[in-house]
Design a binder for this molecule. Structure first.
Ligand code: PEP
Ligand code: MN
Length: 338
């Protein structure tokens, strides 16, 4: 539930409401908006009618949060959340482009990719070191060596890094090398992993499960938030539908405004896995920015024909550079920068 404070509620009144909430054994989450201050409470199971907190000075009303996700809900936190990674703010005015290869394959490949994405204006470098692959015989990434290469490039180019973690055991190592922990589509409902990245306090990019609903995505985010980690970025990356002949997944563009309405968390779109074909990545990216995405996660490979994973959906550097020019125009048209 949330306690809505009266318009001119004083600091003393706010502090005393928080104190009362904590005395009752609940956790209070303060959220200051331009208009109103609200205090969210998790764990209250008393009926709201005639609730003792409603009678405290400065309180206007008590409202239930009807969604099953609470901390992720916009009722709980009416303003947009911004997740900051060094100087990069995800969820602010600037659309944040995260780009790089699907997997880190070698020092040369990563450097080549990182330099070109940075030159074209990407704000974050992506690259997988632990790769979840549908086949046990496919390339599974360089593991720790891949993380070390990412850290090397991050330091030299000053680009924050996003990379996937697949198990709780990888979290401690990965936070030493990367800025954002990616939870892949296959692990969106790996609750032990969600809790571990929650405990780490590190920024998290949570991808939507390929067969998950928006509500399930928000409930997975809730697992991370419930550990006290509020640095959660959501990612729409396409879902499995009946049409798999021409596209790998069906990119759910409508999920962007829907999530924006339901939640305060930033939303990033992955047009690479969303389409599975580099030819459609541009259109999907432009649509995502136009629909209000706070960022994009795009696969770029210096030589896609030689890629060890996801070459078919990876943009060449020139195509990425051209796309960035187009995206700047779309961003501008919807009141954003890029
Ligand atoms: C990836 O980003 O390379 C990846 C494996 O993504 P997803 O989990 O969405 O398939
Ligand atoms: Mn990939």
């Amino acid at each position: 539930m949330v306690i809505v404070m009266k318009k001119g509620a004083t600091e003393a009144q706010i502090a005393s409401v928080i104190q009362r909430v904590e005395d009752l054994g609940y956790q209070a989450h303060l959220s200051r908006g331009e208009e109103r201050t609200i205090i969210g409470i998790i764990g209250n199971d008393r009926p709201l009618v005639d609730h003792p907190l409603a009678r405290l000075d400065g309180v206007e009303s008590i409202v239930p949060i009807l969604h099953p996700f609470k901390l992720a809900s916009r009722d709980f936190h009416p303003e947009d959340s911004v997740v900051s990674i060094d100087s990069v703010a995800v969820g602010g005015e600037r659309v944040i482009v995260m780009a790089g290869p699907c997997a880190v394959e070698s020092r040369e490949q990563l450097w080549e990719a990182a330099v070109v994405v940075k030159e074209s204006g990407a704000a974050v470098l992506r690259g997988g070191a632990f790769k979840p692959r549908s086949s046990p015989y496919s390339f599974h990434g360089l593991g720790q060596e891949g993380l070390e290469l990412l850290a090397e490039v991050r330091l030299a180019l000053g680009l924050p890094v996003v990379t996937e973690v697949m198990s709780p055991a990888e979290v401690a190592l990965t936070i030493r090398h990367a800025d954002i922990l990616q939870i892949g589509t296959r692990n969106m409902q790996n609750y032990a992993l969600l809790q571990e990245v929650g405990r780490s306090g590190h920024p998290v990019l949570l991808k939507r499960g390929m067969m998950s609903t928006i509500e399930e995505l928000l409930l997975s985010a809730e697992y991370i938030l419930a550990q006290g980690n509020h640095k959660v970025i959501l990612c729409e990356r396409g879902i499995r539908t009946f049409d798999v002949k021409y596209t790998r997944n069906t990119l759910d563009i409508a999920a962007i405004p829907v999530i924006k309405k339901l939640s305060h968390l930033p939303v990033v779109v992955d047009p690479s896995h969303g389409t599975g074909n580099w030819e459609y990545v541009g259109a999907a990216s432009r649509a995502a920015v136009a629909a209000g995405a706070d960022g994009l996660l795009i696969e770029v490979h210096p030589h896609p024909e030689k890629a060890l994973s996801d070459g078919a959906q990876s943009l060449r550097p020139e195509a990425f550079a051209q796309l960035m020019v187009e995206l700047r125009l779309v961003a501008q048209a919807v009141g954003r920068t890029l």
